[in-house]
Design a protein around this ligand. Structure first.
Ligand SMILES: NC(=O)C1=CN([C@@H]2O[C@H](COP(=O)(O)OP(=O)(O)OC[C@H]3O[C@@H](n4cnc5c(N)ncnc54)[C@H](OP(=O)(O)O)[C@@H]3O)[C@@H](O)[C@H]2O)C=CC1
Ligand SMILES: O=C(O)C1=N[C@H](C(=O)O)C[C@H](O)C1
Length: 264
């Protein structure tokens, strides 16, 4: 369903969008559920979670997409890469746009996502915050201009995170590679690895406590260091970013979209 959308402020002009949340029982799913329920432009019609779905009086819940009876204008997913096939089957059959916020996809899964985007609008970002998307632009600028500086990426997350490095760290590393094509990604270092090569991009994952999400890109030169940092202080930034993406996506043709497309 194509809806009129005021792109300048990403609001919907009095129309209510029907939303399905995949992974509604998860940590992000709960935050997103509250944000969607609070948004008068959105109606939460269903939630999907395989193990922890329970009945509530606000929206219908299911343990798999195959059971979902409702139509929706958009699906928003914060879950696990293993959920991908079920989501895409539902969205392709019903021609429903989908916002994918899950991280940790392998190459085969990314291929499926791009294939689906030939038929439906697909929005994917491993970090829905505004700040990280500006950080990516700054990283490219720094990598382009700071010739000879060594680049290392450090990400820090809570102790429940199941994938590493974070999707955001992967995006940062890919941003570096866009401007330094010879980059070689080195995931952590241990033992006698020999001295650092200039084209290495070290990527390091820290896990602990309730850290929401911190990312640093370090540019180390001779006697000077530039560090670009982003720190998420609550999970709401991700939920609100995903909602903005959903409102943007429902007005798009089939295709693959990310934060750059939305933010311009
Ligand atoms: N792009 C972004 O800005 C952000 C992305 N994320 C990403 O979102 C994802 C979820 O994070 P978080 O909420 O912390 O994780 P949680 O582990 O708290 O929640 C995971 C959710 O996914 C569901 N799930 C797990 N396995 C499957 C499966 N095989 N099939 C279908 N659903 C499944 C769980 O349901 P059940 O409990 O019933 O198994 C649960 O609802 C992660 O990939 C994370 O990296 C997180 C924050 C920001
Ligand atoms: O799992 C999380 O929590 C987060 N995951 C995303 C990632 O892997 O980059 C984004 C954010 O940092 C929180």
């Amino acid at each position: 369903m194509i809806l009129p959308l005021n792109k300048s402020n990403l609001k919907l002009g009095g129309i209510t969008l029907k939303v399905i949340i995949n992974g509604y029982s998860g940590t992000m799913g709960k935050v997103l559920t509250n944000c969607v329920l609070d948004d008068e432009e959105l109606e939460l019609v269903a939630g999907v979670s395989p193990k922890h779905h329970d009945v509530n009086d606000k929206f219908n819940t299911y343990s798999s997409f195959a059971e979902v009876k409702e139509d929706a204008d958009v699906v928003i997913d914060f879950s696990n890469p293993l959920a991908l096939d079920g989501i895409l089957e539902y969205c392709l059959n019903t021609k429903t746009p989908v916002v994918l916020a899950t991280t940790g996809y392998n190459d085969e899964e990314m291929e499926k996502i791009h294939e689906a985007a030939k038929q439906i609008p697909v929005f994917l970002s491993f970090n829905m915050s505004l700040g990280v998307n500006i950080l990516l632009k700054l990283v490219k600028e720094a990598a382009k201009n700071l010739n000879g500086f060594d680049i290392e990426i450090i990400e820090k997350h809570h102790n429940k995170k199941v994938d590493s490095p974070s999707g955001t760290a992967v995006m940062i590393a890919n941003a570096v590679k866009e401007v330094r094509e010879q980059s070689e990604f080195i995931y952590g270092r241990h033992g006698r690895t020999g001295k650092r090569q200039q084209n290495e991009v070290g990527i390091h994952a820290v896990r602990g406590g309730t850290i929401v999400g911190e990312h640093s890109a370090i540019f180390a030169g001779n006697d000077e260091i530039l560090e670009i940092n982003h720190s998420a202080r609550s999970k709401n930034v991700f939920a609100e970013g995903a909602i903005a993406a959903a409102k943007y996506l429902v007005n798009q043709e089939p295709g693959f979209y990310n934060m750059d497309n939305m933010l311009g």
